[in-house]
Design a protein around this ligand. Sequence first.
Ligand SMILES: NC(=O)c1ccc[n+]([C@@H]2O[C@H](COP(=O)([O-])OP(=O)(O)OC[C@H]3O[C@@H](n4cnc5c(N)ncnc54)[C@H](OP(=O)(O)O)[C@@H]3O)[C@@H](O)[C@H]2O)c1
Length: 182
Amino acid sequence: MGYVLWHVMMSLDGFIAGPDDAMDWVLGYASPNPAVDEVIETTGSVLAGRRSYDVGRRPSQRPEARKVFGGAWSGPEFVLTHRAPDDEDDPTITFLAGDVRPAVATALEAAAGKNVLIIGANLAQQCLGEGLVDEILIHLAPLLLGDGVRLFDRVGAAPIHLEPTSVTQSGQVTNLRFHVVD
Ligand SMILES: NC(=O)c1ccc[n+]([C@@H]2O[C@H](COP(=O)([O-])OP(=O)(O)OC[C@H]3O[C@@H](n4cnc5c(N)ncnc54)[C@H](OP(=O)(O)O)[C@@H]3O)[C@@H](O)[C@H]2O)c1
């Protein structure tokens, strides 16, 4: 059985996107990273929030940026949204609505024994609040973005305890891995 992983690149001041969802800074730290390669190999399905999906489809995006891991991964992708678009022609993308619990169950089944990768802070926070995330992998970029989308806004009512499981360095990026205890 696979597990649920939230993997994300974060600036040192705690942002995962800059103002207006700017993601260009991520490219500056996209050099080869074994921790990312491992995520690509072990991911069986993706569960993304609608805002992440929309940012990936902006007309200004490069074609490869529209795909998960720039096209280095392929498989079933689920997008949680209250307003499914009618112009998506990629058959691997399915739009879901409703509670995150059945959405995660659907993604785990589709992952067929591999892991579910969560994309999007809002979605990840909902999943954390419901106890549905097993691992968090943060790629810490040596950059102060100053403003934008925060990694954690308000996760839930109670503290969530994490166990650090590894710290590795890849070029300028520090990979911080945590197991979610409770
Ligand atoms: N640095 C990184 O590695 C990284 C990775 C991924 C994304 N990002 C960035 O993160 C930002 C997006 O993250 P985010 O936290 O703002 O948003 P998000 O989690 O991607 O998406 C949130 C949206 O998903 C929909 N949604 C969430 N839960 C739902 C539910 N239970 N049922 C139905 N719809 C639901 C809602 O949209 P609707 O109500 O409109 O449908 C909600 O506003 C973007 O700027 C993206 O570029 C950064």
